[in-house]
Design a protein around this ligand. Structure first.
Ligand code: XMP
Ligand code: MG
Length: 183
């Protein structure tokens, strides 16, 4: 397939084939855990949209799908990351078994915030699934119940993840060339 973005990619970290193989394993493991319980898959937008689409098809449970959109930003004077809800839940989650679906677990600020938020809203249980895990950057005591791949401390794009809203449609996980960040 022709690509306008390929020339910006320094290296491929995880190929399409590796992604699909691992997602099949995650789907199977989640099926095993939730069989007979009708969980609610809750995707964290925007980054999780590609992973969410593949994960729910890799896990043939009777289940529901929901999304929340958040953005995180660092307050210059406070070291902890702060999180803002841009698009809230559109359904009652009281008593539900949630499966939070994230693209990447980095500092942990986003998931620490969301976990509290969903418990406040009455979730019965919370399970965290992240495609990528960057444990070297963690500042919050958050661990994923299911993680696809551990990644090094590099900024990654593709498969839903962006740089300035671009590269989300790159079908693999890659690292950008330094000149792309330079402008
Ligand atoms: P925290 O620090 O809250 O981060 O765990 C979670 C969110 O930060 C974004 N993020 C990235 N986005 N490449 C990206 O495209 C990266 O390497 C990266 N690291 C963190 C992402 O939105 C994630 O949900
Ligand atoms: Mg995200």
């Amino acid at each position: 397939m022709r690509s306008e973005m390929e020339k910006d990619i320094l290296k491929v970290l995880i190929t399409e084939e590796e992604l699909q193989k691992r997602i099949a394993e995650l789907g199977e493991a989640i099926y095993e855990r939730f069989q007979g319980r009708r969980p609610l898959f809750l995707g964290v937008l925007k980054g999780s949209f590609v992973f969410m689409a593949d994960l729910v098809r890799a896990c043939q449970l009777k289940s529901d799908v929901e999304f929340i959109a958040v953005s995180s930003y660092e307050n210059a004077t406070v070291s902890s990351g702060r999180v803002k809800i841009n698009h809230d839940l559109q359904q009652d989650i009281t008593g539900r078994d949630l499966i939070i679906v994230e693209d990447i677990l980095d500092s942990g600020s986003t998931l620490a915030f969301l976990k509290d938020y969903f418990l406040t809203k009455g979730a019965a249980s919370i399970t965290i699934v992240t495609l990528l895990d960057k444990p070297s950057r963690r500042t919050k005591a958050i661990t994923a119940d299911f993680a696809g791949f551990e990644v090094p401390n590099e900024f990654v794009v593709g498969y839903g993840l962006d740089y300035c809203q671009e590269y989300r449609n790159v079908p693999y996980i890659g690292v950008l060339k330094p000149e792309v960040y330079a402008g």
